[in-house]
Write a protein that binds this ligand. Sequence first.
Ligand code: GLN
Length: 527
Amino acid sequence: MVKKQKFIFVTGGVLSGVGKGITAASIGAVLQGKGLSVSIQKCDPYLNVDAGLLNPAEHGECFVTVDGAETDLDLGHYERFLDIELTQKNATLSGRLLQNLIADERAGKFGGKTVQLVPHLTSAIQDAIAEAADGADIHIVEIGGTVGDYEGLSFVEAIREFANRVGRENCFYVHVVYVPFIGTSKEFKTKPAQNALNDLRGFGIVPDAVVVRTDSTAPAGVAKKISLFSGVDENSVILLPNASTVFEIPLSIAASGINGVLSKFTGNTKRPNLNKWKKIVQAQTSTHKKKISIGLVAKYMDNEDTYISVLEAIKSAGWHEDVTVDIKWINAETATPTDFKKVDALLVPGGFGGRGIPGKIAAASYALKTGKPYLGLCLGLQVAVIAAARRAGLSDANSTEFDPSTSSNVVYIMDGQEGKESTGGTLRLGNYVAKLKKDSAVAKAYNATSVVERHRHRYEVNQNFADQIEKGGLTISGTSPDGKLVEFVESKDGSYFVATQAHPEFKSRPNQPHPLFLGLIRAAMKG
Ligand code: GLN
């Protein structure tokens, strides 16, 4: 008999941004703990085709999958929580589906029919869900935004209809709502949540569980009231106050009534093994022997989401080394050597455009000069190469991204990329292999001479300047297999100065820190 797949749909009400993604990922983690295979997908109702051109200040980090999809940061949460590698099919956007539908219409594939949101877009959404489910026991689908948003209606209708496709018994709907605490009357107010549940019912979905997000611990009466007004069993209404760490959420979910309900739904009554999460939470919350500081030389100063995978990668490496890491944000636009001096190590993350570049180059120059540990990610490699070339006497060394007319274009645009600078989906994206020099610091860190990392960039190191880069203190320690593209550089003097053209932060996991981040933390601890 063909295995029946089960589907869990996670929607939100009241507000967006209250942890729907973490809830979806945590439910997945609990089910994995029961030995089930889990896949997961984010559906975003906005009209962009991918997240590549979205402003990170507004939308947070653009996460990159192995096959080069530029996605919402929730896919990063999913990968970290579930330790799986996702692809384009796990990120479904209205814009992409509509683009395909309209292309099909132009190609005459509809045989004269009127093409409509229902049933054509809603069917395309359902096909995308079935495709992403990909044989897993359980497929979790998170719908972005909140139910009732004008642009999300097709998705809500599609997931309702999906129950007709696969059977209501194979679908589980979770609605995540927010319950505010009103300070003046000292009360939790459930009215917005009740309305949000009414909205969902109005679209024909009675949820199987409600997750109630609150800022602080709410009394059980809140669950009771929501149960009463929504018709959802009280056991299936779970109160989820803010946790000290997001990795606690799988444990909170497993300890709540929803665990029993999910056991019934999946037919798997095993108690989930959550040792992994217990260890992670313990590593994170215990008192560490040592404390170090890492200076994050950043451009977006007011939104942690912009660098979420980098921050998570630093933290995981810290927990692994039993050290508290104080992440100091250094504003790249105002940074001075005094800021660099104060921290134990420097990290320059990825970025686009000229804002803050002098400060980032200054950070790399400082590290080259003083031996302060440095990790450069993507743009962080490019500014390191610029710093080294300037140190070797090429005072106008630059990337053509920031100075198109420089005569010392130590970082330049790849062949075939000219003119595409502001277009979508045209960067060098996704997994690429790099070969590492034997005995290099990076080969030692990875304990390998061939590695695969994810990429998202347009500009490359110009190897015509290899001599000046060497003279400035850096050596090229990793390239593409054909030797044409520079993938890694490192210092020649043995200090921990490592930079990569890739984005290793996307491969770090809370319990398996990435070797380059571990290297940085270890070097900072020695300092
Ligand atoms: N702006 C640089 C490039 O396009 C670096 C990109 C990045 O850091 N992701 O090559």
